[in-house]
Design a protein around this ligand. Structure first.
Ligand code: TH1
Length: 830
C-alpha cells in the first residue's frame, strides 16, 4: 500500500461519487468520449448505455472498496454462498435504484437526448443460471448486501450462459448466449489466480514420527482466474462481492516447448481444454446428467473458492479451531458438496491437522440447502469416473463414510439395512457417490426451502438421517424474493402508489409494512388507481406480444400466465390440455352463450432442456394450439394462446406485473418451493395452484379466499400412482376428449404428440394429470366467475399484496443469518 507520507496527497485525489445530475452527465460524456472513444456524432443507444453504465459503475466501485475495507477492519465472521448458478439479469436499472440515483440519471440522459428505458434495454441479461435456484441466489445476494451482512458469492464465470431460445416452425431451437461482448459489471483480477489439479495419483509415505502422509500429484493443472462483480445493497453503502472463476491454461501448462517446436495445434488444444471448463452452463434444471465435465466444473470452482477463503482466514493468524467462528459456507444444493472434501484435504494433507480436529472444523462450517426431492435431480457420481479425476478426494470420502458408518453401527447395532441405506456409496453397478448424503454428513445444518418441502425431506429421502442426527439438524427456511427488483424495479407505478399510501418507500426495506395497505382495500378511488396500473401493465405486454408474435390480444381480457422452465412435473401439459378443453367448450356454445364468457389470454413461456424431448413436445403442442385457436373466427377475443420466446429475468420483470392469474400447478410434493408464485402475487395477481411448495404458505398468509387451490394432496400421490400402475384409473372424461381431439389431427400431425398421450396412458400418468384435471377445470370456472366482479377482485388483490411481507428474501436471509450462519451485520460509513 501507499507509504504514510504520501497518503494525504493520495486522499486529496481520491475518486468521488457523483451526486447531482450535472456531475452524472459530465461522467457519461467523459466515458463516451474517452473510455469508449466515441463522440456526440456517433453515440447511439448502445454507446449511451455504455457511458451511463460506466458512470454508475464508478459510483458502485467507490462503495465496493469502502465495504471491503470496512469488512476487513471489522474482522467478523463472513458468509460465503457457493452456487453454480447466479441468475442476475440486468444490472444498470437495479444499480441505479439501489444507489438511489435513478431519477437524476433518467433526467440526465434525457437532457442528453436519450430515453432511460431504451438504454436499460440495451443491456444483455447475465443469465448464469437455469431457473429458480439461480434466481434465488441472485435475490439472496441482493438481501445480504441490503441487510449489511459481510458476504461473498462464489460461482463460475461461464462464457456462455443459458442458451437463447428461438421458436422456429413451432419448435424450440437453442442458440448460444455469448454475453461477454461488453460487460462493464465485472473486473478481472489478474493477480488472483489459483492452480487447480485434476487426475494424477496419490503417493503415500510414512514420516519419521510414524504418521502417514498422502500427497496428490502428477495431474493436469488448470488455472482459475478471479472476476469480481459488485453487488450493491438498497439504501446502504454496503456493496458486496460476487467472485466468479474463469479457467485458463496454467502458466506452467501452456507448452512453449511444443509451441516453439512447431507443434502449434497440440499446444492450442491444451489451451482449449483448459478454457472448456468454464465455457458453458449446463442447461438442465432439476436433472442430474453425471457428465465428467460437470464434475470438473464443480471441483475447479470449489477448489479455487476454498483456496481463496482459506487464504483470507490465514491472514488473521488465528488458530485453525477459530475457522468456524470466522467462516460460514452455504452449499446451494449439492453442486458444491466437494467443498467438504476439499477442506478436509487442505486441513489434513496440507496443514497436517489430525482427522478429528479437521472434521470438527468442517462440520461446524458448512450448511447445506436442499432444493428438490425429484430422484432424477439428486446428484450421484460414478465411482470409477470420480476416482480417475479426483483420486485423493475419493479416499477422503471413503474415510468419511467409514467413520460415519462406524458411528451409526455403534448407535444402532445389528441394523445392517440401515448401514447400506445411509452409506455415501451406493452399491450399484458401477458404484455411485450419493452427494446429498455427503452434504448432510458434512454439514452443521440442512434446510429445505418451504415448509412442506422441509417436512418431506425429513420424512422421505432423508428420514434415516433424522433418526441418526436428531431432528434439530434439519430446518426450514422458506424462500423469498427481493422486493427491490420484483416490485420497485419491475412495477414502478405500483411501488409509487404504495408509497403514496404508506407515506414512504420504507416497505422496500421492511416488507411487513405492506400490511398498512389493507385498510385501503375497499377504497373505491384506490381500487381504481390499483386496477388502472394493472391495465397499463397489461397494455404494455399486449404491445410486446403484438410486436414479437403478431398476435393481437385484448388488454381487458383475463391474462393467465405460466412462465417457468418446461418440465413434466410443473405440468404445462395440463395447462395446455385445459386450454384445449376451453376451446372445445367455446366451439360447442351458441353465440348467446359465448357472449357471456370471460375473454382469456393464455400466456406461456419457458425453456426446455435441450435433451428433454417430452418438454420440447409440450412447447410444440402449445405453439400448435395457438396457431389453431388464434386463427379461429368463431373464437375471436374469447381465447388467445401465446408462447413468449426466450423467457428470462428481464422478461419476467414485465410479465409479473401484467398477470391477473398465474399458474403454479405442479403435482403435489414435487415443486420444492417455487418463487415466481411470490413475484406474481406481490404484483397484484392471483394464483391458481396446487397444495405444493410455497403455495401453501402463500395461502396461509393471504387467506384461502384469495387463492385458487385445486388438486390432490402430496400425501395421496403415492396411492394414486399405485392405482395407475395397476390400471385402476380410467382417464378423466374431459381429458379423454382433449386427447381424442389431438389424435384427430386438429392441432396438426398427431404423431408429433404421441409421447404426451402415451405418458397419460401406458406411461402410468406419473404426474397425475388425469387425477387433477376435473378439479383444475372447475377451479378455472371459479376464476372466470370471480373475475367478473371487478370490485371484489381488486379488493382481493390489494389484501393479498398487503399480506406478502413474509416472502421477502430479507426475511429468509435474516433466518439463515440467525439460525444457520450466526453472523452479524457490519455498517459501512458513507
Ligand atoms: C429449484 C426448485 O425446483 C424450486 O422449487 C425452488 O423454488 C428453487 O430451486 C429455489 O429453491 C431447483 N432448481 C434446481 C436446479 C438444478 C438442480 C436442482 C434444482 S431444484 C440444476
Amino acid at each position: 500500500s501507499i507509504p504514510l507520507p504520501q497518503r494525504d496527497k493520495w486522499k486529496k485525489f481520491a475518486a468521488v461519487e457523483f451526486s447531482t445530475k450535472e456531475e452524472f452527465q459530465k461522467e457519461v460524456v467523459r466515458h463516451v468520449e474517452t473510455t469508449l472513444a466515441r463522440s456526440l456524432y456517433n453515440c447511439d443507444d448502445l454507446a449511451a448505455y455504455s457511458g451511463a453504465a460506466l458512470a454508475v459503475r464508478d459510483k458502485l466501485i467507490i462503495d465496493w472498496n469502502k465495504t471491503q475495507q470496512a469488512h476487513t477492519l471489522a474482522d467478523q465472521k463472513r458468509v460465503y454462498y457457493l452456487s453454480l448458478e447466479f441468475l442476475m439479469g440486468r444490472t444498470l436499472d437495479n444499480a441505479m435504484l439501489n444507489q438511489g440515483v435513478k431519477d437524476i440519471a433518467a433526467e440526465g440522459v434525457s437532457e442528453l437526448g436519450f430515453r432511460m428505458e431504451d438504454l436499460i434495454d440495451q443491456e444483455h441479461d447475465a443469465a448464469l443460471g437455469n431457473g429458480g435456484l439461480g434466481r434465488l441466489a441472485a435475490c439472496f445476494l441482493d438481501s445480504l448486501a441490503s441487510l449489511d451482512f459481510p458476504a461473498w458469492g462464489y460461482g463460475l464465470r461461464y462464457r456462455y450462459g443459458i442458451f437463447k431460445q428461438e421458436i422456429i416452425d413451432g419448435y424450440q431451437v437453442e442458440v448460444p448466449d455469448y454475453w461477454l461482448d461488453f460487460n462493464p459489471w465485472e473486473f478481472p483480477r489478474h493477480d488472483i489466480t489459483v492452480d487447480i489439479m485434476f487426475y494424477g495419483f496419490v503417493r503415500r509415505y510414512t514420516e519419521d514420527d510414524g504418521s502417514t502422509v498422502n500427497i496428490w500429484e502428477g495431474g493436469e493443472v488448470v488455472q482459475a482466474l478471479a472476476y469480481d462483480v459488485p453487488v450493491p445493497g438498497y439504501g446502504t453503502a454496503t456493496t458486496n462481492n460476487l467472485r466468479l472463476w474463469s479457467s485458463k491454461p496454467s502458466t506452467g501448462e501452456f507448452d512453449f516447448q511444443k509451441f516453439n517446436s512447431g507443434d502449434y495445434e497440440s499446444s492450442v488444444r491444451d489451451q482449449q481444454r483448459a478454457e472448456t471448463i468454464s465455457a458453458v452452463l449446463y442447461p438442465n434444471d432439476n436433472i442430474d446428467v453425471g457428465k465428467e465435465l460437470r464434475l470438473k466444473q464443480q471441483y475447479f470452482w470449489v477448489a479455487a473458492s476454498l483456496y481463496d477463503i482459506v487464504r483470507r482466514f490465514k491472514k488473521s493468524h488465528r488458530a485453525w479451531t477459530e475457522f468456524p467462528h470466522q467462516v460460514a459456507i452455504q452449499l446451494n444444493d449439492t453442486h458444491p458438496t466437494l467443498a467438504i472434501v476439499e477442506l478436509m484435504r487442505i486441513l489434513v494433507d496440507k496443514e497436517h491437522l489430525d482427522w478429528d480436529t479437521a472434521w470438527n472444523i468442517v462440520t461446524e462450517t458448512f450448511g447445506y440447502t436442499n432444493h428438490t426431492v425429484l430422484p432424477e435431480a439428486l446428484e450421484k457420481w460414478s465411482v470409477p469416473l470420480f476416482q480417475n479425476l479426483l483420486p485423493r478426494h475419493l479416499q477422503i470420502i471413503y474415510d468419511i463414510n467409514l467413520f460415519f458408518l462406524q458411528s451409526v453401527e455403534r448407535r444402532f447395532p445389528k441394523d445392517r439395512e440401515l448401514l447400506s441405506r445411509v452409506s455415501i456409496i451406493e452399491e450399484s453397478n458401477p458404484q455411485v457417490i450419493r452427494m446429498a448424503y455427503l452434504a448432510i454428513i458434512g454439514s452443521k445444518k440442512v434446510n429445505g426451502v418451504a415448509e412442506l418441502h422441509s417436512d418431506l425431506i425429513k420424512t422421505t429421502i432423508f428420514k434415516d438421517f433424522v433418526k441418526i442426527f436428531g431432528p434439530d439438524k434439519f430446518t426450514n427456511v422458506t424462500n423469498g424474493v427481493t422486493p427491490r427488483r420484483w416490485l420497485h424495479q419491475a412495477n414502478p407505478q405500483l411501488s409509487a402508489l404504495i408509497k403514496e399510501k404508506l407515506g414512504s418507500y420504507d416497505f422496500l426495506k421492511d416488507l411487513s409494512l405492506l400490511s398498512g395497505l389493507e385498510k385501503f382495500a375497499d377504497d373505491k378511488e384506490f381500487q381504481k388507481e390499483w386496477m388502472d396500473i394493472k391495465l397499463r401493465n397489461k397494455q404494455r405486454l399486449a404491445k410486446y406480444i403484438k410486436e414479437t408474435t403478431g398476435i393481437t390480444v385484448n388488454p381487458s381480457a383475463l391474462f393467465d400466465i405460466q412462465v417457468k422452465r418446461i418440465h413434466e412435473y410443473k405440468r404445462q401439459q395440463m395447462n395446455i390440455f385445459g386450454v384445449i378443453s376451453r376451446y372445445l367448450s367455446l366451439k360447442a356454445m351458441t353465440k348467446e352463450e359465448r357472449a357471456k364468457q370471460v375473454p382469456r389470454v393464455s400466456i406461456f413461456g419457458g425453456k426446455a432442456a435441450p435433451g428433454y424431448w417430452m418438454a420440447k413436445t409440450i412447447i410444440r403442442l402449445i405453439t400448435a394450439v395457438s396457431e389453431v385457436v388464434n386463427n379461429d373466427a368463431d373464437i375471436g377475443d374469447l381465447l388467445k394462446v401465446v408462447f413468449i420466446e426466450d423467457y428470462n429475468v428481464s422478461k419476467a420483470e414485465f410479465l409479473c406485473p401484467a398477470s391477473d392469474l398465474s399458474e403454479h400447478i405442479s403435482t403435489a410434493g414435487t415443486e420444492a418451493s417455487g418463487t415466481s408464485n411470490m413475484k406474481f402475487v406481490l404484483n397484484g395477481g392471483l394464483i391458481i395452484g396446487t397444495c405444493d411448495g410455497a403455495n401453501i404458505e402463500i395461502t396461509r398468509e393471504v387467506g384461502e379466499e384469495r387463492i385458487f387451490l385445486f388438486g390432490n394432496l402430496a400425501e395421496d400421490v403415492e396411492d394414486l400412482r399405485h392405482a395407475h400402475r395397476y390400471g385402476k384409473t380410467p382417464m378423466d372424461p374431459a381429458l379423454k376428449e382433449v386427447c381424442d381431439e389431438i389424435q384427430k389431427g386438429t392441432f396438426g400431425e398427431p404423431g408429433v404428440f404421441a409421447g404426451l398421450i402415451h405418458a397419460l396412458t401406458e406411461g402410468g400418468d406419473y404426474y397425475l394429470v388425469s387425477d387433477d384435471f376435473a378439479s383444475y377445470l372447475s377451479t378455472h370456472k371459479l376464476v372466470d366467475e370471480a373475475f367478473k366482479d371487478t370490485a371484489t377482485w381488486a379488493h382481493n388483490t390489494i389484501v393479498a399484496v398487503s399480506r406478502m411481507g413474509f416472502f421477502t428474501s430479507d426475511r429468509a436471509i435474516n433466518e439463515y443469518a440467525e439460525e444457520i450462519w450466526s453472523i452479524d451485520p457490519v455498517k459501512v460509513d458513507v
